[in-house]
Ligand binder design. Structure first.
Ligand code: ADP
Ligand code: MG
Length: 376
């Protein structure tokens, strides 16, 4: 991939890039839609990454190109064109951090992060360019600061009202570990997963149903959460615990109550997961994953039939636990499963999807990997 990024850069711009940087996509183990409610999340970086070959320019021109569509998009950062497709992500980050700029840049992207699958191809692209620009413009920002700037780009330029989980995972991830992030204090802690010694892997079952974050479903969920917090007299749903749920039920509409119940119980499940992982209690961890899926399917209502089927097939195949991951309305589910059961999982998913007339899913293992870094 590094060679591919360099070769692409040379073909697009006609000279050698200064360096290559990369950032991973992420899978979330547990803690869904809790980030923008100042709650807890537990994602990890995956072994699929976006690479950017990049060189600074002395003039103010910023050019981005990729092997995605073979096009080159250009701006001087005084304005951001809107009809530029994927280029909105990297140029959005450059626009957000334009006050650090010491000139422009040329950048070429290659990626093997599946797009629109809930594995955050968007954060991978934002964090790859973020860490690269931080270095060439000597901005001296921490990884966590870069993550928040990536989120700002996604919120303000792309227009997707997402939380900071994706970018934080992509920046702070470590090998064999998950990132336990408190989205209120922004305190992050690495949690060793010890999957390898247990012969376990995290399998991704990508339904191939593409989601779109900026679409209505996500926004409406967010509004329910905000309304719920306001009615309950807290600044965010983080201010509520399981004991507050009876009062929430009496004060909120049925729909808003169920949205709130998902967030409140999901935060508790993340904390319980940390404890289960520390104690090596994989059975309890698996049960928490399933309870999380159930809560997303029935209370938050962001699952789809394909995701429910993937979870059901994973459990039938012998997974420790399984749940949809990411924003929902499509994308992927994960399963924690014995390495030896991967081929059976793939076969069972494909035949179950075919029997229902769904498109063929992609099933693959992901390895918890290091966050954004300079490659050369
Ligand atoms: P996710 O982050 O879950 O993959 P998003 O909808 O947040 O889904 O981001 C997907 C968008 O990111 C795509 O529509 C595209 O504009 C952009 N993108 C990021 N990486 C790539 C890539 N390698 N190829 C094409 N588009 C990409
Ligand atoms: Mg995304």
């Amino acid at each position: 991939m590094i060679e591919k990024a360099v070769a692409g850069f040379e073909a697009a711009f006609g000279y050698e890039p200064l360096g290559v940087w990369s950032a991973p996509g992420r899978a979330n183990l547990i803690g869904e839609h809790t980030d923008y409610n100042e709650g807890f999340v537990l994602p990890f970086g995956i072994d699929k990454r976006t690479y950017v070959a990049l060189s600074p320019r002395e003039d103010a021109t910023c050019r981005v190109s990729s092997d995605i569509d073979g096009k080159t998009y250009e701006t001087d950062l005084t304005t951001i064109p809107t009809d530029i497709d994927w280029a909105l992500y990297p140029l959005g980050v450059a626009w957000v951090i334009r006050e650090w700029a010491k000139g422009g840049f040329d950048a070429f992207f290659v990626s093997d992060v599946p797009v629109g699958s809930g594995l955050s191809s968007s954060a991978a692209i934002e964090c790859a360019i973020g860490i690269a620009l931080n270095e060439i413009w000597d901005a001296g920002r921490t990884k966590q600061e870069i993550a928040l700037l990536g989120q700002k780009a996604e919120n303000q330029v792309v227009g997707a009202p997402t939380g900071m989980m994706d970018q934080t995972a992509s920046m702070l991830a470590e090998a064999d570990s998950a990132v336990f992030l408190d989205c209120q204090s922004l305190e992050a802690k690495s949690i060793p997963l010890n999957l390898e010694p247990r012969n376990l892997v995290v399998a991704v079952m990508d339904t191939q149903v593409a989601h779109r974050h900026s679409d209505g479903g996500y926004r409406v969920r967010r509004e329910s959460c905000e309304r719920g917090a306001k009615t309950m007299g807290v600044s965010s749903l983080r201010g509520l615990s399981v004991e507050d749920l009876p009062r929430a039920q009496s004060e909120l509409s049925d729909v808003d109550f169920r949205r709130v119940r998902h967030i409140v119980t999901e935060n508790q499940r993340v904390l319980d997961s940390i404890r289960a992982l520390a104690a090596g209690d994989m059975k309890q961890f698996g049960e928490l994953l399933l309870a999380s899926h159930d809560s997303m399917a029935h209370d938050f209502e962001i699952s789809i039939e394909e995701l429910d089927l993937a979870v059901e097939v994973a459990m039938r195949t012998g997974a420790v636990g399984s749940r949809m991951t990411g924003g929902g309305f499509g994308g992927a589910a994960i399963a924690v499963i014995d390495k030896g059961l991967l081929p059976a999982l793939e076969e069972n998913c494909k035949s179950a999807f075919a029997a229902k007339g769904y498109g063929e899913p992609k099933v693959f293992a992901v390895v918890p990997s290091e966050g954004a870094r300079k490659e050369r």
